[in-house]
Design a binder for this molecule. Structure first.
Ligand SMILES: *Cc1c(COP(=O)(O)O)cnc(C)c1O
Length: 453
């Protein structure tokens, strides 16, 4: 099941890489412990068997998606060199590749003249965006919705910036009226707009937030760690389409190539609309940069050492699958949203389930119908376990009851949150597997309900 065919391409590419160093005197790299290498590697493989099958379409739980083979191979290829994108001294080729790949991501949002780079992930990228926000608006408050990633609150703590949550509406989006009231009180430096929440893929109504900025001149940071690539997707709902159409108006954007961009972990990206913020990074390290007068990525990044391999992988992936509207990559994202809608429709038509709002991206949340919210929450856990026994892997989330309000019917509201089932259908293959996923879910639910009566 795991792809091995593409390994021959890696061997070919390694030979090509080797050609580039043909001028060096012969050298036999003979690391200690080579004798046991194969055994240790097999032992490693055995340890790695203890994982959910993230690569398989029946893994439809958390935000996990295998990297594209070209990303995996380009990353591995770069490992024979292990470049460091902190400075050109350590990663000449991969620094350039990073600049090119990041410029392609920025172009997706309509930005040509910008500042940006790769980071360890969305958390680091958001840290940098909020750090810049805090430098520009010291002592002012950061706002994000109740459904924003918890990292914003924690990062604000690290940066010692005041943080407040803005309530969400029944669709998991920031309540813009509540935001209007809060910004009118003054003192707000930055509003984080979540472009696809981690729990439900809800997209904050960016046009409303942009309109408020006109009057109150706060910064807008778009946390598009999960949803950013959907700027390329067609057939989004009206709210999401309008929000993504305006994302280029944000002051900073975070997007995670390691979520929807087919990359191995360790690849986030932060972008600033105004390249002038680069001055905030100024430092005077005496030892890192001496090989050229060109801009080193380490001069516009809080992290120092960073994997050049991540840049090589991203560059190769975008070369194979350019970030274009209607391109193969964009179509892959659309297949996910179609899969989510198809699963949502099946759940909606089935009396055993309660569905809330329709998915905006590719995440579906639902609960089994029961006499009370507490009981539905317990059934959720049982279905989660029953499905896993049938090789269908879902996730569980704890969300406000108001997300289901219109369809709860007579269900007793004995809790404020409900434990629900959550399915992230982020692999293009998920569309072909919706029927199978539904069959297994239906079967598992029937088993659980039968055992409970
Ligand atoms: C995943 C995610 C993050 C955190 O990113 P990591 O890459 O996990 O560090 C932040 N914000 C949102 C909206 C996310 O989905």
């Amino acid at each position: 099941m795991l792809d091995q065919k593409s390994m021959s391409a890696l061997v070919e590419a390694l030979k090509r890489l080797d050609d580039g160093f043909a001028g060096l005197p012969a050298y036999e790299g003979n690391a200690p412990g080579m004798g046991q290498l194969a055994d240790v590697l097999k032992a490693t493989a055995e340890r790695l068997q203890d994982n959910f099958p993230y690569f398989h379409p029946l893994y439809a739980g958390q935000m996990l998606k295998p990297p594209h083979p070209v990303a995996r191979l380009a990353y591995a290829l770069a490992m024979w060199i292990n470049p460091n994108n902190h400075a050109l001294d350590g990663g000449r080729a991969t620094s350039l590749m990073e600049k090119e790949a990041v410029a392609e991501i920025a172009a997706m949002f309509g930005w040509k003249n910008f500042l940006g780079h790769l980071c360890g992930g969305g958390t680091m990228a958001n840290l940098e965006a909020l750090w810049v926000a805090g430098q520009l608006h010291p002592k002012k408050t950061i706002l994000a919705s109740e459904q924003a990633h918890y990292t914003h609150k924690r990062i604000s703590g690290v940066l010692q910036l005041a943080f407040e949550s803005v309530p969400c509406d029944a669709r998991g989006r920031m309540d813009v009226q509540a935001l209007a009231k809060r910004v009118a009180r003054g003192d707000v430096g930055t509003v984080v707009a979540t472009m696809g929440t981690t729990a439900t893929g809800s997209v904050d109504a960016l046009p409303g937030i942009l309109a408020l900025r006109e009057k109150h001149s706060f910064r807008i940071h778009a946390d598009a760690a999960y949803g950013g690539y959907f700027v390329l997707a067609e057939h989004l709902g009206e709210n999401a389409a309008r929000a993504f159409a305006g994302i280029g108006e944000a002051d900073s954007i975070v997007i995670d190539p390691h979520k929807h961009g087919l990359q191995p972990y360790g690849c986030g990206c932060v972008l600033f609309r105004d390249p002038e913020v680069g001055r905030l990074y100024k430092h005077d390290s005496p030892y890192t940069y001496f090989s050229s007068a060109e801009l080193h990525l380490g001069e516009i990044s809080l992290e120092c050492s960073r994997p050049g391999a991540a840049a090589a992988a991203l560059w190769a992936t975008q070369r194979l699958l350019p970030l274009t509207h209607k391109g193969e990559f964009a179509q892959g994202l659309e297949r996910g949203t179609k899969a989510a809608r198809a699963l949502f429709e099946k759940l909606k038509a089935d009396a055993r389930f309660v569905t809330g709002f329709a998915p905006e991206l590719d995440i579906v949340v639902f609960v089994p119908r029961a006499a009370a919210v507490s009981e539905a929450s317990q059934l959720t856990r049982s279905i989660f376990e029953a499905a896993a026994k049938h090789q269908l892997h879902l996730a569980v989330a704890e969300l406000p009851v108001k997300f289901w309000e219109e369809n709860l019917g007579a269900m007793k509201r004995d809790r404020e949150t409900i434990t629900c089932l959550r399915s992230v259908l982020m692999k293009p293959e998920h569309l072909d597997w919706v029927e199978r996923i539904w069959e297994l879910l239906s079967l598992s639910t029937s088993e659980v309900l039968a055992a409970n009566t």
